[in-house]
Design a binder for this molecule. Structure first.
Ligand code: UD1
Length: 435
C-alpha cells in the first residue's frame, strides 16, 4: 500500500498554482453524456475520482481522450445506460449519472454509490428530485434503476440544500419537456460551475448561486470549458502553511469562494492577504483558539475544510469548540491526532479541543480523503517523523500532494509508485485512446 513519510517541522514557503476543482469536474463529467458533439475540458485534475469517471464514460460508449489536463469527450457514440457495478460502487458521484443518463437514454442502471466513509450518506434526496421530475426509480438486487419517458419539469423542492441532489436535479431538468423551478437549491460554487458548464452547452439557467434555480430546457451541444481552481485543495495548502509557521501564496482560485475559511485562518491569528485570483497566508507567532466554529452549507464554513482546521486548533494556545453539522463520522480524525499528542474530546458532533504546544510524529492512518489531508497537515507541523497509511484516499482528490508540498519546502516522500508517476500513467491510458 503506498504510504507517505513526513519529516515534520519544516516551514513552508513559496507559491503554488492550485489544481482544477474535484467537486466541480465530477458533476460535469456526469453531464458529459448529454451534449451532442465534442466537449473539451481543460485544467482537469489527474485524480482517482476523475479516473473512475472516465472509466464509467468509456463503458457507456463515450469517446475519451486525456492529455496534460485537457480532456476531450464525445457522447455521440453512447451505447449503454448501465454504469458498471464495480465502478459505480467506488465513488459517490457515480449517482449523478442517474439524472443525466435518464435524460439521454430514458433508462439507467447503476450501483448504490460508494465514496468516503464520513457518514451514512443517503441518496434519498437524489431519488426524490428525479421522482418529482417524473422518473420511476427502483432497486433490482444491488442495482439502482430508473426509467422515464421524458422528465416533465415543474417545481422541485429540496427540504435541505444537498449539493449532490441539486446537481442531480439540474442534470435531469436540462432534458425536461418544460421549465423546472428548483426550490431549496444548494448555493455551493460547484453548483454554479455546473450551471456555467450547462449554459456553455446551450442550456438556459437562471438563479444559480441562490436557493431558487430556474432551468429552461434547450438542445445541448459540446463546448470548451475550463475547470476552475479547487477551493478545498487551496485551503489545504493554506492550512499546511499555517501549521508550519509558513508563508505560502496559492494562485488560480477565486478568493471569494474561500471567504469563510479565510475568516477562520484570520481568527487563528494568521495574516491573510488576497488578490483577484490568489491568497497569501503568513503565520507569525502562536495560533489562537477559536471559541466556536461550526460547519454549514455555503457560504458558511465548509465541512470539507473542517479536518484541515482541526490540527491547527489542536496546536492553538487555549480551548476551541468545533461542531460538525453535516457528516456524523467526520470527527474521526481526532483519534489519530490524539495519537500524535493532541488533546481532543469528541462528544457526538462536538469536538472540544484543548490546545497543546506541539504534536509528535508517529504512524497514523487515513480513513477518508480530507481526513488524510488533515493528517498530512498535522505531520508537517509535528516534531519528528510521521508515517501515514491510506494514501489511496488522498489520491481520490489531490493531484500530486507530495510534489506540491516538497516544492514549498516540506520534507516528504511517498513509498511505492509516486503520485506523479501514477498520474502520468493514468493520463497515458487515455491519451488518444478514443475509447
Ligand atoms: C458534496 C461534496 C462533499 C462535501 C458536501 C457538502 C462532491 C463530490 N462532494 O457531497 O465534498 O462535503 O457536498 O458540502 O461534490 N443528504 C441526505 N440525503 C441525500 C443527500 C444528502 O440526507 O440524498 C445529507 C447528507 O447526509 C449530508 C447533507 O445532506 O448530511 C449534505 O450532503 P450533500 O450536500 O448532498 O453532500 P454531497 O453532495 O454528497
Amino acid at each position: 500500500m503506498p504510504e507517505i513519510f513526513v519529516e515534520g517541522g519544516h516551514r513552508l514557503r513559496g507559491e503554488l498554482y492550485v489544481q482544477g476543482s474535484k467537486n466541480a469536474v465530477l458533476p460535469i463529467l456526469a453531464a458529459a453524456v448529454l451534449p451532442e458533439g465534442e466537449t473539451v475540458l481543460t485544467r482537469v485534475p489527474v485524480i482517482g475520482d476523475v479516473a473512475v469517471s472516465l472509466e464509467i464514460l468509456s463503458a457507456l460508449g463515450v469517446s475519451v481522450s486525456f492529455a496534460d489536463g485537457r480532456l476531450t469527450l464525445c457522447a455521440d457514440s453512447l451505447c449503454s445506460a448501465e454504469v458498471p457495478q464495480e465502478l459505480g460502487a467506488r465513488m459517490r458521484s457515480s449517482v449523478l449519472f442517474l439524472g443525466s443518463l435518464l435524460g439521454r437514454r430514458q433508462e439507467v442502471r447503476t450501483a448504490f454509490p460508494g465514496g468516503c466513509a464520513i457518514g451514512s450518506r443517503p441518496v434519498g434526496l437524489h431519488l426524490s428530485v428525479l421522482r418529482q421530475l417524473g422518473a420511476e426509480i427502483f432497486s433490482e438486487g444491488d442495482r439502482l434503476c430508473g426509467r422515464v419517458e421524458q422528465f416533465t419539469g415543474g417545481t422541485v423542492t429540496l427540504p435541505s440544500p444537498s449539493v449532490g441532489a441539486t446537481e442531480q436535479a439540474l442534470l435531469a431538468a436540462v432534458s425536461a419537456a418544460g421549465e423546472t423551478l428548483l426550490r431549496g437549491a444548494a448555493r455551493e460554487p460547484e453548483v454554479q460551475i455546473l450551471c456555467d458548464f450547462l449554459c456553455a452547452c446551450g442550456a438556459k439557467i437562471r438563479g444559480q448561486g441562490t436557493g431558487e434555480i430556474r432551468v429552461t430546457p434547450a438542445p445541448l451541444h459540446g463546448c470548451h470549458f475550463e475547470i476552475p481552481g479547487d477551493r478545498i485543495a487551496a485551503g489545504t495548502y493554506l492550512a499546511a502553511a499555517a501549521a508550519t509557521s509558513g508563508d505560502v501564496t496559492v494562485r488560480g482560485i477565486f478568493p471569494a469562494q474561500l471567504r469563510s475559511s479565510l475568516a477562520v485562518f484570520r481568527r487563528l491569528g494568521c495574516l491573510v492577504d488576497e488578490g483577484e485570483d490568489w491568497v497569501r497566508l503568513i503565520r507569525e507567532g502562536a495560533l489562537r483558539p477559536v471559541s466556536r466554529l461550526e460547519t454549514e452549507p455555503y457560504p458558511g464554513f465548509p465541512t470539507d475544510m473542517q479536518p484541515l482546521i482541526l490540527p491547527l486548533l489542536a496546536l492553538a494556545s487555549g480551548e476551541s469548540r468545533l461542531w460538525e453539522n453535516l457528516f456524523e463520522n467526520r470527527l474521526g480524525l481526532a483519534g489519530e491526532l490524539n495519537r500524535m499528542g493532541a488533546d481532543i474530546e469528541v462528544h457526538d458532533r462536538l469536538a472540544v479541543i484543548h490546545g497543546v504546544e506541539s504534536l509528535a510524529g508517529c504512524p497514523v492512518a487515513a480513513h477518508d480523503l480530507r481526513g488524510g489531508a488533515g493528517l498530512l497537515v498535522a505531520a508537517l507541523a509535528a516534531r519528528g517523523d510521521s508515517h501515514i497509511t491510506g494514501r489511496k484516499y488522498m489520491e481520490r482528490g489531490y493531484e500530486e500532494p507530495e510534489r506540491n508540498l516538497a516544492a514549498l519546502g516540506a520534507v516528504i516522500r511517498c513509498s511505492g509508485e509516486s503520485g506523479q508517476r501514477r498520474g502520468k500513467r493514468e493520463e497515458a491510458r487515455w491519451r488518444n485512446s478514443d475509447r
